[in-house]
Design a binder for this molecule. Structure first.
Ligand SMILES: [Cu+2]
Length: 312
């Protein structure tokens, strides 16, 4: 018998500037102060650097915990959510500094997004999360404006039928789609918010037939990662950022035949406990997984109308 492990509630909200944590963010050596943004030319090699201090002692934190295979996860998204990049700045333990030069090619497969991170004009939010040893998970963000004419695209919900979105995707080197996805979401309204569950069935075209996709390769320790951001997220950054980062773990074979099989389900499952963080309205969510040595990125756009939490 295979035992299905429900995905753990491995999700978190974005909060910045706590009493034990202050972030210092630099773009091309220039400090980004508070809510101000930095003006940049698109497509130029751009150095992003960060370090973090304890405001009580002014000490620089140098001890970080690896989470999902990396010391830092960074998401770069533009205002209309047409651009989403997920990269991993490099950590120098002697100085406590994290750095990544974007708009440059990397051979690192976990930084394949870096080459095209800041290319399209418009306003961007750069969001970084770390775990400081002995302090906990902390996040911060900085704003960057890429000069030029920014043509914004309106979010439009994906076609759906009874709340189910069926979408097809292709690999960048292919002409026609070879992936089929069936996206479902469920809400459970509780006392302190909503549990939002996403279930995404994955299929891959094999010999002209869509077969359940079972050969996910581990990417950053999980079967898949996802990031969910609400429309107009930039106008809400003074509060909790309407941003969720979720993971879908591998499902292990527990048939006790000691062959140490790992059985992969073709359904990705992501959970988020929304305590009023996400904004009602349109949402965009990207799932990322590694398949046939390429990290795939698949977006979904859907409506979300959370119920007010029950008083109990
Ligand atoms: Cu990451």
């Amino acid at each position: 018998m295979k035992m299905l492990f429900l995905s753990l509630l491995v999700s978190f909200n974005l909060f910045a500037g706590t009493s034990d944590f202050k972030s210092h963010f630099f773009v091309n050596g220039k400090k980004v102060e508070g809510m101000k943004h930095v003006m940049l030319k698109p497509n130029q090699p751009t150095l992003l650097e960060m370090y973090f201090t304890n405001p009580a002692t002014n000490e620089v934190y140098t001890d970080f915990k690896i989470m999902h295979g990396k010391y830092m996860h960074m998401v770069i998204a533009n205002k209309d959510l047409s651009v989403f990049k997920h990269v991993h700045p490099y950590f120098d333990p002697t100085t406590g500094r994290f750095a990544l030069t974007v708009n440059m090619p990397f051979s690192d497969p976990d930084n394949q997004d870096a080459r095209t991170a800041l290319t399209k004009p418009g306003m961007y939010m750069i969001m970084a999360d770390v775990i400081v040893q002995g302090v906990g998970m902390r996040m911060d963000h900085a704003m960057v404006h890429l000069m030029g004419r920014a043509d914004s695209t309106q979010l439009v919900a994906d076609d759906h039928n009874d709340n189910v979105i069926t979408k097809y995707f292709r690999r960048s080197n292919e002409e026609t789609p070879t992936y089929k996805t069936i996206f479902k979401k469920h809400f459970i309204t509780g006392c302190s918010g909503n549990i939002v569950q996403f279930e995404i069935e994955m299929f891959h075209l094999v010999n002209g037939e869509y077969k359940p996709l079972l050969d996910f390769q581990p990417w950053l320790g999980e079967a898949a990662h996802s990031v969910w951001i609400s429309e107009n997220f930039m106008s809400h950054m003074h509060h909790n950022m309407p941003f969720a980062h979720m993971h879908s773990p591998f499902i292990l074979d527990d048939d006790d035949d000691d062959d140490n099989d790992t059985v992969y389900d073709h359904i990705l499952r992501f959970n988020f406990h929304d305590e009023g963080v996400m904004l009602p309205g349109l949402q965009k969510m990207w799932i990322q997984f590694k398949h046939q040595d390429k990290v795939m990125k698949i977006p979904f756009i859907f409506d979300y109308q959370p119920e007010p939490p029950r008083n109990c």
